[in-house]
Design a protein. Structure first.
Length: 255
């Protein structure tokens, strides 16, 4: 008889336990709520440390204290976009290096022509008589100036051809990686833009919310938003109300 009573008591105890929220239900429900804002977020390793029913007559509403791990790992298309960005950035760096060298050489040549022009101009203006009238050979000076401007024009054409030549050099490799644009007759590649992580994945910086706590942990650890691609996580603790539904226990309200 004692054995039967003991087994009955155990059965009742197990039944009572099954009517309380579980850590897995808490983690699943929190994950569903977080993913409404950040599809890359998840909660696991949730453990309920205390359960309290605020209304003894209603066992469908419970307050739980818990510890858990909140994570964000960027996956899918956004992660693929980052890999594409990195490849595009490396390619653009090669292209930009060639263009910087080309522009440097062009500027040096233009500056040299301008220096000759200025020297010729200063020499011409320095030739004055006692009354302050210019006495230099005006026609010769004008011809010199025209020749110098012709040199600059020729250098500009050479630079334009060389710039477009560098552009053409990267055409095949830049396909689907770099955005091509133009300014006048010059074709160039634009620097690729880094894909942005949705702001909602940062919480946003609200230390009262799981994603805000995670963001702060990443920053305090001297990390950056780039770490979200590799995956970031931190431990959290708190107290939430849960409601029993036909689909199990769910977290009440928004996270």
């Amino acid at each position: 008889m004692k054995t039967k009573l003991s087994l009955c008591g155990l059965a009742c105890l197990l039944a009572a336990c099954s009517n309380s929220p579980s850590g897995s239900e808490l983690a699943s429900s929190m994950t569903s709520e977080l993913q409404k804002s950040c599809e890359y977020a998840s909660v696991d390793s949730a453990q309920i440390t205390n359960t309290f029913f605020p209304n003894s007559d209603n066992k469908n509403i419970a307050n739980v204290k818990f510890t858990a791990t909140v994570k964000v790992k960027i996956e899918g298309k956004l992660a693929q976009d980052l890999q594409k960005f990195r490849t595009a950035s490396a390619l653009f760096s090669e292209y930009e290096k060639e263009m910087v060298e080309l522009d440097r050489s062009y500027k040096e040549q233009i500056d040299a022509v301008d220096a000759v022009r200025k020297a010729a101009q200063d020499k011409y203006l320095a030739l004055e008589d006692e009354r302050g009238y210019l006495i230099g050979d005006r026609q010769k000076h004008s011809a010199e100036v025209r020749e110098l401007y012709s040199q600059k024009e020729a250098l500009g054409k050479e630079w334009l051809s060389a710039s477009n030549g560098v552009f053409d050099k990267y055409t095949d490799r830049a396909a689907n990686l770099l955005y091509a644009t133009s300014s006048g007759k010059v074709r160039t590649y634009a620097q690729p833009s880094k894909p942005e992580i949705p702001l909602a994945c940062f919480g946003y910086r609200d230390p009262r919310k799981p994603l805000g706590i995670l963001y702060r942990a990443v920053m305090d650890g001297k990390g950056s938003s780039d770490d979200y691609y590799a995956g970031v996580e931190t431990s959290i603790e708190g107290e939430r109300q849960m409601i029993k539904t036909d689909n199990g226990w769910m977290v009440a309200g928004n996270l």
